[in-house]
Write a new protein. Structure first.
Length: 224
């Protein structure tokens, strides 16, 4: 089964060790369920890093990236629960991406996830997509892998909470891309990402800086 829609919110964050218990309880008991029950949202999953930082990553699948800028969603961001407000004040890192999903090769749900983030040359978007459409199927054919998806940050959607003053975070300036490689084994997803995203190969298609790669295991998920 593919992703539950063509839009995805990815949040990468962290807290100090002394705040982790409450942070995890908030995510598992309130925040994931709150988001999944929003119009347009269907599934949310959260992960903890085995390699890379920040330590925590969450994905939220929705019908369209436009669901992440609709009035009901922005109103929720502007009126957070007391528990949410308390937890967010303790974030030591917070990075938010609102993604269009141009490539979806996912299959079911695996417990291992490796994520590669990078900023390409916007003028070479078609070339990058063509390369990914050719390279990803070969990568995920290896044992231990289940699928992959590609997301492209939509700056207008990403900055909608800033414009509406419904969330306090820095304005997004770059069209960052995210590739999620999912599998049953973290060693398999990590190896696939590192073989695929070699700096020389990325430079050839307009990605000048090395990607940020992290490998995660699943903590909790919910769907409707």
């Amino acid at each position: 089964m593919a992703l539950r829609g063509k839009g995805m919110l990815v949040v990468i964050n962290d807290v100090k060790p002394r705040d982790e218990r409450d942070f995890n309880e908030w995510y598992n008991r309130e925040h994931i369920d709150e988001r999944v029950n929003m119009p347009g949202f269907h599934r949310a999953r959260r992960y903890v890093a085995l390699r890379g930082s920040p330590r925590y990553l969450a994905t939220y699948e929705c019908d369209s990236v436009n669901d992440l800028a609709r009035p009901a969603y922005l109103a929720l961001l502007a009126s957070q629960t007391p528990w949410t407000q308390a937890v967010m004040k303790r974030f030591t890192h917070f990075h938010r991406l609102t993604l269009r999903i141009p490539i979806d090769l996912t299959h079911g749900a695996g417990g291992a996830l490796t994520v590669a983030r990078f900023v390409p040359d916007p003028a070479r978007r078609r070339e990058l997509l063509a390369w990914l459409r050719e390279a990803l199927p070969r990568s995920i054919a290896r044992p231990g892998l289940l699928g992959a998806a590609v997301g492209e940050n939509d700056l207008e959607i990403a900055n909608a909470p800033v414009q509406q003053k419904s969330m306090d975070h820095p304005k997004a300036l770059d069209v960052e891309w995210v590739v999620l490689i999912e599998g049953a084994e973290t060693a398999a997803t990590s190896t696939a990402a590192r073989l695929l995203f070699k700096p020389a190969a990325l430079k050839a298609i307009g990605v000048q800086k090395p990607p940020i790669i992290g490998t995660y295991r699943l903590l909790f998920g919910n769907e409707r």
